[in-house]
Design a protein around this ligand. Structure first.
Ligand code: GTP
Ligand code: MG
Length: 299
């Protein structure tokens, strides 16, 4: 009879400049969407834990905000979240895009990783957008920047290459406990993810300053199991009156469309029907106010 393998576990963080596909990769690995994504940089603001179960092990992934030179208090918070996730982990994935040669943004993020002395796998994402010769040049250019444990090109969008990436984690897991019950996919409260799903729709449908100056707070979350329904009221905070006008839209069209998008996604996530009511409030420069940042969970 073969001996049973000991249970192994470990922590892996996803690090990189904004918009390289960290959150998309996390969702793809988990097979469920828990982290919001958009084509705009600085989408993720908090550390997002995703739990991935193996037959005899457990990997905790930490998705992080894109590392950038922070201006302002909210951005400082975001970058601090990412930096904190470079210590006390067993391995880091350093994500870059196959579509661009190493630039200042990648360098800046990599330097923060270097300080932590954590082993690093270079993940070259978005290979669905490039041809092989371009990819080879990129691998060569990045390999000169650091002693990477491994280099894995992949597409977080199609899933191509993810199996290989997951294999690279195995040597870094160590005998240890199951940190979370098997049915858990994240330690984040449902309310947090629901608020994020609303914020994602704002990020995706608006432009310029609005995506960066919005925050979402769940005001009420009432479960009505007898009706298979959850009633949710959410407040979208914006920084200017003009942002509110745009977000509400002509005769409220924008906020209605956005709410419908968000509701569908929240229904899928919660597995129930959802009644979602959105409100918009102007809090001048909330992102510079310690009190507001604290209230909105950015501290
Ligand atoms: N074509 C292609 N697009 C991708 C891939 N992975 C991610 N994207 C897109 O890249 C954009 C950014 O993805 P995110 O996952 O939000 O990036 P992120 O690194 O989490 O960004 P921040 O949270 O801002 O740091 C989105 O529009 C994604 O759809 C990929 O493999 N191929
Ligand atoms: Mg992200």
């Amino acid at each position: 009879m073969s001996e049973q393998q000991p249970f192994r576990s470990g922590f892996v963080s996803l690090i990189g400049r904004p918009n390289v596909g960290k959150s998309t990769l996390l969702n793809k690995i988990l097979g469920q969407k828990i982290a919001i994504t958009s084509n705009k940089p600085q989408t993720t603001r908090n550390r997002i834990l995703g739990i991935h179960n193996l037959p005899d092990g457990q990997v905790m992934f930490l998705d992080t905000p894109g590392i950038h030179k922070p201006q302002g208090k909210l951005n400082r918070f975001m970058v601090d979240q990412a930096i904190a996730a470079t210590s006390d982990v067993d391995l880091a994935f350093f994500l870059v895009e196959a579509t661009s040669l190493p630039g200042g943004g990648d360098e800046y993020a990599l330097n923060i990783l270097k300080k932590s002395a954590v082993p690093v796998v270079l993940v070259i994402n978005k290979i669905d957008l490039v041809e092989p010769p371009q990819l080879l040049r990129l691998i060569e250019a990045f390999s000169r920047k650091h002693e990477f444990h491994a280099v894995v090109p992949l597409s977080a969008k199609t899933g191509n290459g993810i199996d290989r990436l997951l294999k690279e984690i195995e040597p870094f897991l160590s005998e240890g406990p199951r940190y979370f019950p098997e049915e858990m996919i994240t330690d984040l409260p449902e309310r947090f993810i629901v608020a994020e799903m609303v914020r994602e729709k704002v990020m995706r449908r608006t432009r310029e300053e609005i995506p960066y100056g919005c925050a979402v707070q769940i005001e009420t979350f009432t479960e009505k199991p007898e009706k298979n329904l959850v009633v949710i009221q959410a407040m979208i905070h914006v920084e200017r009156e003009s942002h509110k006008r745009i977000l509400v839209g002509h005769r409220g069209q924008m906020i209605r469309d956005l709410g419908q998008d968000a509701r569908k996604e929240i229904e899928r996530f919660l597995g129930t029907r959802v009644f979602l009511e959105l409100f918009v409030r102007v809090d001048e420069n909330w992102s510079q106010s310690e009190r507001m940042l604290r209230e909105l969970g950015y501290e």
